[in-house]
Design a protein around this ligand. Structure first.
Ligand SMILES: Nc1ncnc2c1ncn2[C@@H]1O[C@H](COP(=O)(O)OP(=O)(O)OP(=O)(O)O)[C@@H](O)[C@H]1O
Ligand SMILES: [Mg+2]
Length: 395
């Protein structure tokens, strides 16, 4: 039946049933489905729960006339095209209608092929406009993402510049304090009291220098411009450091974090700084997820299996809906409120893990938490080269 095949549905509004019915049937034969309304008021009521591709409106109707009905329709759905039908004698109404936003007008008696053609044109024009709108939205979104990326890049450059600038004076302070310490120890003329006070002051200087230098290293990690340093280290110790480093996020989220390690140490050859970044991202995400539920638990577990080391970060948060499972690794994918998440954490992490020859996977069901698993070779498969712009975001 033609009706079943029709893809276009129009709202056909005319007070004369004898005109409306046959017109609807003839349109149906041409693949255009009609929903009929006998008055402007009835037409507006149909809008409450139906969608139409176009509207055919008789201009001369008792009650709300065609132009008034069109104005009310355009108010609800400005992009919907309206084709007006006028009597021979009142073509001027049609011209007024076009001025008021109608797609076109036809005079009665209607030539059916012409009407069908007009309907298709009206639908096409609307679709084209919708496509253009989508394209404009897409362009706007790309622009927004580029702005974020640029901001991050300049922030990273600035952070690494500041860190380098601070590192030099820190080295001088540290060296000078070391010299003073040695000098004081050898100084026979100094009283015990002075020596003790001096040693205390110097040890305060040295521990503060160390603290400041840790901060600059974190800044450098953030900038991700530091060299890839492949070295041997204990991944259990690294995991424990990460738990310390994310303690604030865990506290804010009321998240209890536990470290599970089957044995220790578990030695690997890899890049501890990059890997630390990965674990910080995963554990921060886990805590933030747990925090959305007012609290819960997260586990960071480390294990070795053959030539690989397996790291898992598991949480009791709300989980990830199936349709997002592949998207979470996309750059800029984030469900966090604007300003809270850049959506870069997992994409950067995936880039790092793959660069180190490993894999990262997620497993989660809505309502039952999430687990991110990282497997890494215990021996490196990459040459310790310096990437020009940090790990690629295009994974
Ligand atoms: N443990 C988790 N539980 C539930 N959803 C998660 C979890 N980890 C990640 N996600 C989802 O994946 C998205 C992307 O994570 P990703 O770390 O890349 O970005 P983000 O956390 O939103 O922002 P950023 O890390 O830059 O602060 C998150 O917004 C969230 O929707
Ligand atoms: Mg994150």
């Amino acid at each position: 039946m033609a009706l079943e095949k029709s893809q276009i549905t129009v709202l056909l509004v005319d007070d004369e049933a004898d005109f409306r019915g046959p017109l609807a049937r003839r349109l149906a034969k041409r693949g255009i489905d009609s929903v009929e309304a006998g008055s402007g008021q009835a037409a507006l009521e149909l809008f409450a729960d139906r969608q139409f591709d176009a509207v055919i409106l008789d201009v001369k109707m008792p009650g709300l006339d065609g132009l008034q009905t069109m104005a009310a329709i355009k108010k609800r759905q400005p992009d919907l095209e309206v084709i007006l039908l006028t009597g021979q004698a009142s073509a001027a109404d049609g011209v007024a209608g076009i001025k008021a936003g109608a797609f076109d007008y036809l005079t009665k008696p209607v030539e059916i092929e012409q009407l069908a053609g007009k309907i298709r044109q009206a639908v096409e024009r609307r679709e084209m406009r919708q496509e253009q709108e989508l394209e404009a939205q897409f362009r706007q979104e790309m622009q927004r993402r580029m702005n974020v990326a640029e901001r991050l890049a300049s922030l990273g450059t600035m952070a690494s510049g500041v860190a380098h600038e601070i590192n030099n004076p820190l080295a001088i302070i540290s060296e000078a304090a070391g010299w003073l310490k040695g000098r004081l120890a050898k100084d026979q003329s100094a009283s015990d009291e002075l020596r003790k006070a001096g040693e205390l002051a110097i040890s305060k200087i040295l521990s503060s220098v160390e603290r400041a230098s840790r901060i600059t290293h974190q800044l450098l990690d953030f900038a991700r411009k530091n060299d890839w340093e492949i070295q041997e280290f204990d991944i259990v110790e690294l995991a424990s450091d990460v738990i310390d480093l994310t303690a604030n996020a865990a506290r804010d989220a009321n998240c209890k974090v536990e470290l599970h390690a089957k044995s220790r140490p578990i030695k690997v050859w890899s890049d501890p700084y990059q890997l630390r970044q990965v674990l910080i991202n995963l554990l921060t995400n886990a805590c933030q997820a747990v925090g959305t539920q007012g609290g819960g638990e997260a586990w960071l577990s480390v294990d070795s299996a053959g030539d690989d080391v397996l790291i898992a970060v598991k949480d009791t948060g709300p989980g990830i809906p199936k349709e997002n499972l592949t998207r979470v690794f996309e750059p800029f994918f984030s469900t966090k409120p604007p300003g809270k998440g850049t959506g870069l954490g997992l994409s950067v992490s995936k880039g790092i893990v793959e660069k180190l020859g490993g894999r990262i996977e997620v497993d989660s069901r809505l309502g039952s938490g999430a687990v991110f698993r990282v497997s890494l070779p215990r021996k490196p498969q990459v040459s310790p080269v310096r990437p020009e712009h940090g790990p690629s975001l295009n994974h």
